[in-house]
Design a protein around this ligand. Structure first.
Ligand SMILES: NC(=O)C1=CN([C@@H]2O[C@H](COP(=O)(O)OP(=O)(O)OC[C@H]3O[C@@H](n4cnc5c(N)ncnc54)[C@H](OP(=O)(O)O)[C@@H]3O)[C@@H](O)[C@H]2O)C=CC1
Ligand SMILES: CC(=O)N[C@@H](CCC(=O)OP(=O)(O)O)C(=O)O
Length: 341
């Protein structure tokens, strides 16, 4: 049995990690870190986890990391790097924040606005998009979970960019993200009365920080700079991301490439040509569905990807990576079917 700590256990991704790990055969949760909720029981903070025998939330300073085999950090950006810089140097860590995703410190500063407080760890971190970094993740000490929007878009487009199947200068990604993507803290625009019955674009004009991840990853696989046009939208749903990508390329070739890339992947399902996925069909699961449709304009195709931001987009991906780091079957704790309806 591996001993697990979760920092940020009173947040959405922390709760999702607990839900997933509670069904895991080789992991035992030994410590749960909170901040404002330290001292409370998990049943108080998350009544849906009441049936589990869990430790109470404590401050990070009160955790004895010498007893821990792997630590999940589900903390806000910036807090995470400050906390991780002080953790034992040999502790295996899966970080869910954005702090270790960008390899270039200048790119990090450009997108996040501050100098990095843990440059050594930033240098050693492995990018956590499991399907494309599997071997590196197996040997990593520190894995950087991807942005949930960034993961969705990459599952749709990365194989096509790598195979040279689409025009690299004409990629448009229109993405919808559910509200749990913004975390559990109270913000005015997340109040029910201001969120329900409406939706809007945000970070418009190429300003969303996940463009740092798209730039880094797409340019690396293309071997030249690639800039996608990307606009996210906040939709009044609890979970789910849908990325609709408009590309110049042949739909049949795109379909064949995606089927080939993901043929052996347990969590990526490529739908039959002409079918489009729905967040309704991946909710609460670690699956990502991808669909390809020919556009009415010759030579253009639409590639749509859907995943759950709290599972495949964050905590499920984090557990998948932790399984690899601990040499456990990659799918352990993650094969549950989606919630439907
Ligand atoms: N939500 C999502 O879909 C995704 C989130 N992520 C990333 O994962 C991380 C966690 O996100 P999420 O769970 O949504 O966030 P939440 O806002 O829901 O939770 C944040 C957690 O961090 C704790 N925390 C806040 N400040 C501090 C601090 N100074 N010291 C210690 N603990 C602190 C909070 O504790 P308390 O409540 O006790 O104050 C809480 O447990 C973020 O970096 C986020 O960007 C990544 C991909 C997707
Ligand atoms: C609705 C909403 O606000 N969604 C978030 C998704 C956050 C996410 O994936 O993660 P990181 O914050 O870890 O980068 C956003 O687009 O910023």
């Amino acid at each position: 049995m591996y001993n697990i700590a979760i920092l940020g256990a009173s947040g959405y991704t922390g709760a999702e990690l607990i839900r997933l790990i509670s069904g895991h055969s080789s992991m035992k949760i030994r410590a749960l870190g909170g901040n404002s909720k330290a001292g409370q029981s998990m049943a108080e903070v998350f009544p849906h986890l009441r049936h589990l025998d869990l430790p109470a939330l404590v401050t990070i300073e009160d955790i004895d990391f010498s007893q821990i085999d792997l630590c999940f950090c589900a903390l806000p950006h910036k807090t995470s790097q400050e906390v991780i810089a002080k953790l034992p140097a040999d502790l295996k860590i899966v970080d869910l924040s954005a702090d270790f995703r960008l390899r270039d410190p200048e790119a990090y500063k450009k997108w996040y606005g501050n100098d990095h407080a843990a440059l050594d760890q930033q240098g050693e971190a492995v990018y956590g998009l499991t399907e494309f970094y599997r071997e590196e993740i197996k040997n990593a000490r520190l894995v950087a979970g991807t942005g949930c929007n960034a993961a969705t878009g990459q599952f749709a487009l990365r194989p096509l960019i790598a195979a040279g199947l689409i025009d690299l200068d004409e990629i448009i990604m229109d993405l919808k993200c559910a509200v749990s993507g913004a975390g559990r803290s109270l913000k005015e625009n997340l109040l029910h009365a201001e969120l329900s019955e409406g939706y809007h674009a945000y970070a418009i004009g190429g300003t969303h920080r996940h463009l740092g991840e798209f730039d880094q990853e797409f340019s690396a696989v293309a071997g030249r700079p690639v800039k996608v046009q990307f606009t996210p939208h906040l939709v009044p749903a609890n979970r789910g991301i849908l990325a609709t990508c408009y590309v110049k390329g042949d739909a049949q070739e795109i379909q064949a490439e995606l089927e080939k890339t993901y043929a052996d992947e347990p969590f990526i399902e490529v739908l039959p040509l002409g079918e489009a996925p729905s967040t309704r069909h991946i909710r609460g699961s670690n699956f990502c569905h991808i669909g390809v449709v020919q556009d009415r304009i010759a030579g253009r195709a639409i590639v749509v990807a859907a995943l759950d931001n709290l599972t495949k987009g964050s905590s499920g991906q984090a557990l998948q990576n932790a399984n690899l780091m601990l040499n456990i079957a990659e799918t352990e704790g993650l094969m549950m079917a989606p919630l439907f309806p």
